[in-house]
Design a protein around this ligand. Structure first.
Ligand code: CU
Ligand code: ZN
Length: 182
């Protein structure tokens, strides 16, 4: 019976702490995210890796980075629904990120999955560089790419076959995380 007042007092104290924490959050809002990063890990072949930066830019998100260990030529390059690279074949990343229920398409198409970044092209040395501004990617609301996954594919995305672009297997995967603002 003597414990009841003690517990009640403890709950009041916890409530006061929570209220203080909420007040603190309200007065010091976290800065808006303007930079995100995906570090791509190789799949079963152990070769393909890279780092992709996403910066908020005028007209969209600037996508910039390097992927190495590829066969020369085009490779499908997408934001997938989940930032889950746990399955050996990376199917855990789900399908193309498509919050607006659009068909698969080219990066410059009027209708496309938000995650349709098209292809990256590896040279004879197996390295592909990415450097373009994407008008549909974003960091806010339902369309936020934060926490989603980046996948590099075995084959080129043909930019028309539904819903995958027929880009074949998944060679590398990385979750998109919040990076230090710059
Ligand atoms: Cu993909
Ligand atoms: Zn797509």
């Amino acid at each position: 019976m003597k414990r009841t007042p003690f517990m009640a007092g403890g709950l009041v104290a916890v409530g006061a702490l929570a209220a203080a924490a909420m007040a603190g959050r309200a007065t010091a809002a976290a800065p808006a995210v303007n930079h995100a990063i995906a570090v791509l890990q190789p799949g079963a072949d152990g070769k393909v890796k890279g780092t992709i930066h996403f910066h908020k830019a005028s007209g969209g998100v600037h996508v910039q980075g390097t992927v190495s260990g590829l066969a020369p030529g085009g490779h499908g390059f997408h934001v997938h629904e989940f930032g889950d690279c746990s399955a050996a074949d990376f199917t855990s990343a789900g399908g193309h990120f498509n919050p607006k229920q659009q068909p698969h398409g080219a990066p410059d198409a009027a209708q496309r999955h938000e995650g349709d970044m098209g292809n990256i092209t590896a040279g004879a040395d197996g390295t592909a560089k990415v450097d373009y501004t994407d008008s549909q990617l974003g960091f806010d609301g339902d369309g936020s790419i934060l926490g989603r996954g980046v996948i590099v594919h075995e084959k080129a995305d043909d930019l028309k076959t539904q819903p995958t672009g027929n880009a074949g297997g998944r060679l590398a995967c990385g979750a998109i995380g919040v990076a230090k603002p710059e």
